[in-house]
Write a protein that binds this ligand. Structure first.
Ligand code: HEM
Length: 147
């Protein structure tokens, strides 16, 4: 087998042990199916139910983040989509970037950015407090006072 030939699709593995690329491939399919449900559920609830898009404001988001169902829905969407997007970008970089050093650097940058954004997003969803910094006299401050 020379370097420019591609293995037959069902050729036996040459390496033993876990196969990162196979699990990555499978992850794209499984997360894709879950993302269809999560993303279209998210769009339907936010844009079509009730008053639709005109209901979207700070209070709407605060209301959703007060409910564990929507916290977990959004965090699941964040994790699945970010890992999906980052792994997809990794595939594109590995396919197209020719220099080994540039390729490794870009894959690291994608991984670090994805990890940071996932961490930040998860913290925001689970620590969000609408009452922090609520100015006095406003509807939000009044609601916070009543708690
Ligand atoms: C609506 C739900 C989604 C479905 C069903 C879906 C499905 C897929 C599938 C099956 C692949 C693999 C394609 C291949 O290997 O040839 C893929 C690749 C990819 N997806 Fe998604 N995806 C969805 C949402 C997203 C989102 C939200 C992002 C961005 C955050 C994203 C970014 C990517 C990227 C960058 C690739 C790599 C493209 C490539 O290899 O050429 N996808 N998607």
């Amino acid at each position: 087998m020379n370097a420019s030939t591609i293995d037959a699709p069902r050729a036996p593995q040459r390496r033993k042990g876990s196969n990162f690329e196979k699990w990555g491939w499978l992850y794209m399919r499984v997360s894709g199916v879950l993302l269809v449900v999560l993303i279209f559920g998210h769009l339907f609830v936010n844009l079509m139910l009730g008053d639709g898009i005109s209901a979207l404001d700070f209070g709407f988001v605060a209301g959703k983040f007060a409910n564990p169902l929507w916290q977990w829905w959004d965090v699941l969407m964040l994790w699945l989509a970010f890992i999906h997007g980052a792994n997809g970008m990794r595939t594109i970089v590995n396919d197209y970037v020719r220099g080994a050093k540039t390729r490794a650097t870009l894959v690291w940058v994608i991984g670090i950015v994805a990890a940071l954004m996932i961490l930040l997003g998860t913290l925001v969803v689970f620590t969000f407090d609408p009452c922090i910094g609520a100015s006095t006299g406003g509807a939000i401050a009044d609601a916070c006072q009543a708690l």
